[in-house]
Design a protein around this ligand. Structure first.
Ligand SMILES: C[S@@+](CC[C@H](N)C(=O)[O-])C[C@H]1O[C@@H](n2cnc3c(N)ncnc32)[C@H](O)[C@@H]1O
Length: 429
């Protein structure tokens, strides 16, 4: 049974709620009971919870009492809906059993309600047998989004290894579609485009063919807030995906954005994202792309050649002002280190733009971060590549951002590394 925390010290309420929210364990609503505050969780390991909150009393609660009957408290989640939907249709014991297996974690990416994969809290459980009717799903979607923009229910199965490099979540399973209520397999998977607005920027993707990470929102905001000198300079994104970061650079008014991406579905999504953002006010060229946006559905190893072609065709061979290079491949962007250095050595104008910032995404353990191991490793690899190509580049770590943790003590980080060309600096002096 799930656990709730009895809090007597009011000054601890906010802290406990925030900590639970961070781990997606907080369950609404907060209740009062004889002067104490009760915060509910979806956790059931009493030892673990008591370790986190040794000053509070931890106890279990009956899941069917989550919704306050005869009050106006509405819980906008699947649990709350399921209780209401079945409470007059099923005996109490059966309903309680069902509620033990309601999916608690999900994302709303219109038109899809995307359920996290779970062994216990899953519609896969036998307890649901015969109950998951088209009517249940239809009402559930209407309950979660009264504006009607949810029409599909899907389960996010883990990504299979073969799809991993391109980050394709091949294993997404559609279990209900309003269009084809009796046979969701008829839904055209290729026409399924989700969209969300983050930091005022629309992003579009097809969840069958491209993964989307909601957790990157803070990192995108950091880019938007930290680097005002993007404006009128050029950006290279070696792993542009659906434009997670590239769209932010475009919204900041960069002059040229060169994006490389192997996954054709991500490139298509990127183009749809541009349209949703009204092309950031840019005019459309004869090639049909917004002015300054250059997307290449190919390996970033082609970037040296493509930038050369661009310069020859459009720029009178003038060098570029590459202010940022984004390198967002996990678990490591190492493949991109020599690529980034090569394009800087051939195409960058160090006089007009004396500093380039690399954004190097990596996975690293907390020990590697605290001991400066990952920082030193990345800088020394970059330095080595530059040295063997006889380039006098200096690399300086200016910031390490911990983006998110997805396994105990393993972090997705971004290293901001400034590159200067010591030879050019010397010549200028
Ligand atoms: C972790 S995803 C992140 C993409 C992007 N930063 C985003 O947030 O949408 C990495 C992307 O790099 C692409 N990719 C991997 N290796 C590549 C390569 N050598 N050249 C171009 N794209 C590549 C994959 O298809 C995937 O979409």
């Amino acid at each position: 049974m799930p656990l709730e925390i009895v809090i007597d010290d009011n000054s601890r309420i906010k802290l406990i709620k925030t900590q639970l929210e961070k781990s997606n364990s907080f369950v609404k609503p907060i209740k009062k009971e004889s002067g104490s505050t009760i915060i509910r969780t979806n956790l059931d390991d009493i030892d673990q919870l008591s370790q986190y909150f040794p000053n509070e009393t931890i106890r279990s609660y009956e899941i069917d009492s989550i919704i306050e009957k005869n009050t106006n408290t509405m819980i906008h989640d699947i649990l709350g809906f399921t209780q209401m939907y079945f409470q007059d249709k099923l005996p109490v014991e059966k309903l309680n059993e069902l509620l033990e297996h309601v999916p608690l974690k999900y994302s709303i990416y219109p038109p899809i309600l995307l359920l996290n994969n779970s062994n216990k809290r899953s519609f896969d459980n036998d307890v649901w047998s015969g109950l998951l009717t088209p009517e249940y799903y239809h009402q559930l979607l209407k309950f979660l989004a009264s504006n009607g923009n949810l029409t599909v229910v899907a389960i996010n199965r883990p990504i299979l290894e073969e799809g991993n490099l391109l980050r394709k979540p091949y294993n997404l399973e559609i279990i209900y579609s309003m269009e084809y209520p009796n046979d969701p397999t008829k839904l055209s998977r290729n026409d399924l485009w989700c969209q969300v607005k983050q930091n005022g920027i629309w992003q579009v993707w097809n969840p069958i063919y491209t993964m989307f990470s909601r957790g990157n929102i803070k990192e995108k905001k950091r880019i938007l807030d930290t680097f005002p000198d993007v404006k009128n300079n050029d950006i290279v994104d070696l792993y542009c995906g659906i434009g997670y970061f590239s769209l932010s650079y475009l919204s900041m008014g960069c002059r040229n954005l060169f994006g490389f991406e192997l996954n054709s579905w991500s490139i298509e999504a990127f183009k749809r994202g541009l349209k949703c953002n009204k092309n950031f006010g840019k005019s459309i060229t004869n090639e049909g792309e917004p002015q300054g946006v250059h997307l290449y559905n190919e390996n970033n190893e082609m970037s040296d050649q493509r930038l050369g072609e661009f310069r020859a065709k459009n720029n009178n061979n003038a060098k570029l002002r590459i202010r940022h290079i984004n390198m967002g491949l996990l678990p490591s962007s190492e493949q991109g280190y020599p690529v980034a250095i090569e394009i800087l050595s051939h195409h960058h104008n160090w006089v007009e733009c004396p500093k380039v910032t690399l954004h190097v995404h990596e996975n690293a353990s907390i020990e590697e971060i605290n001991g400066n191991v990952i920082q030193d490793r990345v800088i020394s690899k970059l330095t080595h590549i530059a040295q063997v190509t006889k380039l006098n580049y200096q690399f300086q770590l200016i910031h390490l951002e911990k983006i998110k943790t997805f396994a105990p003590d393993v972090w997705h980080i971004c290293l901001d590394i400034d590159v200067v060309n010591a030879t050019t600096n010397h010549n200028i002096l």
